[in-house]
Unconditional design. Structure first.
Length: 74
């Protein structure tokens, strides 16, 4: 009951691929949304703010993944 099922290498690779894609979209989409809002509202600062927010959130997610993988190995 306390044993963990062994995962297949393909399943593990697909899981990491999904994580990488999600992190990339997290970095990219806020900048795109900010740029779109800049064009609609006539402001010059929402695009860079969106990119900065996306970058900060993505780094936070990466830090949590790193912490989770450390606990997982032990």
């Amino acid at each position: 009951m306390g044993q963990r099922l062994q995962e297949s290498p393909i399943g593990d690779a697909l899981g990491w691929s999904a994580r990488i894609i999600a992190i990339g979209l997290t970095m990219f989409l806020p900048g795109v949304a900010g740029n779109w809002l800049d064009k609609r509202l006539g402001t010059p600062w929402l695009g860079p703010v969106g990119l900065a927010v996306g970058f900060i959130v993505a780094i936070t997610i990466l830090a949590r993944l790193r912490g989770g993988s450390r606990r997982h190995v032990r």
